[in-house]
Design a protein around this ligand. Structure first.
Ligand code: FE2
Length: 432
């Protein structure tokens, strides 16, 4: 009888197949089928629970995470006060402090089954301490977490005098992706110019580009239109990402219908950040108060690849968050009213397979030949995982269990009535 490193028996997969065994050896998945007749160094009985590929966060800021309250809290709750507050903190940053916070966050991420993170790193500090720190962190965590870095000119690629030179220096230091923030430039024209420069740089260097694009409530912001145009002009289809796209929420419907078709033509990758969009946008509204998240259902319906990012955890912009991508997807589902079974399942994809595609992760998925990276959730299917923010019972990286948790059980002070996930299980009621 053959022997593998790990077998997880009796799992349910995200596509609905159940009663399946997953065998791993040499860091790869070697078999996904019923009744694998083999031994293994470790065997886990999943008892029918969901085994999913790991969560992927495609939009995060690891240089600012866990800095909440330093040097003070964001009182207005706006994006602009967040940027001002971060500028106050920047002169006091050290490489060691950024590394320490980032590593603490990576531990938290792993415990939540989050094994790939694309993090923006601010390059508007001539010392480039954030870049130095996160390049070091990327190396330190590589055995258990894929960290991809975006050179992000927080104060504006053109508005900040040294940003463009610093961005190029960051790429030379090994940062993976070109960033930008066109809506923060001085004029719409300067914003458009910055989009063109970012895309040209990406094309020249054979890199991906990911812009904070139209993160505003301005219905006339047009940088995503420029990004779609430049993507097509420079042959960056599939490699260019528009993050936030919040202004699309406020746009005229006729214009949006033209724009979405242009985005689909260019295969622009779309990222919404539900927790952040719902808290930062609409701050100057009275009532009705806009939600500020981009048009996720319409983008998905047009065939665009849409992912949800966490964006911030306990930093100048957001004082909540726990590296839980199910919480992110849960918020996206609610804000986008994605409540049908099909749309809810798409929200699970928006924190797993969709961002993996944007990231360019090799060997992602639960199939023979893929990396043996996955998470066993205390749920029977993706929708139940979202509803219950299911515990991560086992997190596996390259065939090795790197985090474990117990199923959620509440011991009621009423004899004989422990409450487990089973008590919350959805069972369709027969008609009549
Ligand atoms: Fe961001």
């Amino acid at each position: 009888m053959s022997s593998f490193d790990l077998i997880v028996r009796n799992v349910t997969l995200t596509d609905g197949r159940s009663g399946v065994d997953v065998a791993c050896d040499g860091g790869r998945i070697v078999a996904v089928e019923r009744g694998i007749a083999a031994e293994a160094g470790r065997v886990i009985d999943a008892e029918g629970r969901l085994l999913a590929p790991p969560f992927v966060d495609i939009h995060f800021h690891m240089d600012s995470t866990l800095s909440l309250g330093n040097p003070r809290l964001n009182e207005s709750g706006t994006l602009l006060e967040g940027i001002a507050l971060w500028s106050e903190l920047k002169p006091h940053l050290t490489v060691d402090a950024i590394v320490e916070r980032a590593l603490r966050y990576c531990d938290l991420a792993v415990s939540q089954g989050l094994l790939a993170v694309r993090s923006h790193v601010d390059v508007c500090d001539d010392r480039l301490l954030g870049v130095e720190a996160l390049v070091e962190v990327r190396h330190k965590v590589k055995d258990y977490l894929d960290l991809q870095l975006v050179a992000f000119p927080q104060d504006g690629l053109l508005r900040s005098p040294t940003a463009l030179a610093n961005l190029k220096r960051a790429l030379d230091m090994g940062v993976d992706v070109v960033g930008g923030i066109p809506h923060f430039e001085r004029t719409m024209a300067e914003g458009a110019k910055s989009v063109a420069i970012s895309c040209e740089l990406a094309a020249e260097r054979g890199l991906r580009v990911d812009l904070h694009c139209d993160e505003s409530d301005d219905p006339l912001s047009r940088h995503i239109e420029t990004l779609a145009f430049e993507t097509q002009r420079l042959g960056l289809q599939g490699r260019a990402t528009g993050s936030h796209l919040a202004s699309m929420h406020s746009m005229d419907n006729y214009y949006a219908s033209k724009l979405i078709a242009l985005m689909a033509e260019a295969d622009v990758q779309c990222v919404a950040n539900p927790l952040i969009n719902i808290t930062l946008q609409g701050r100057l509204d009275t009532y009705p108060k806009r939600r500020g998240m981009t048009r996720v259902p319409e983008l998905m319906a047009a065939g665009l690849n849409v992912a949800f990012g966490h964006d911030c955890v306990m930093d100048p912009w957001y004082s909540f968050g726990s590296a839980d991508m199910l919480e992110v997807a849960h918020m996206g589902l609610h804000v986008g009213q994605l409540t049908s079974r099909k749309a809810s399942a798409a929200c699970f994809d928006a924190v797993t397979a969709n961002p993996a595609k944007i990231f360019g992760l090799e060997g992602y998925g639960v199939a023979p030949g893929c990396h043996a990276d996955f998470v066993l959730l205390d749920a029977r299917d993706p929708i139940e995982a979202l509803r219950l923010k299911a515990n991560r019972l086992a997190v596996v990286r390259r065939g090795r269990v790197i985090a474990e948790a117990a199923p959620r059980v509440s011991h009621l002070a009423i004899a004989g009535r422990p409450q487990t996930v089973e008590a919350w299980r959805y069972a369709p009621v027969a008609a009549g």
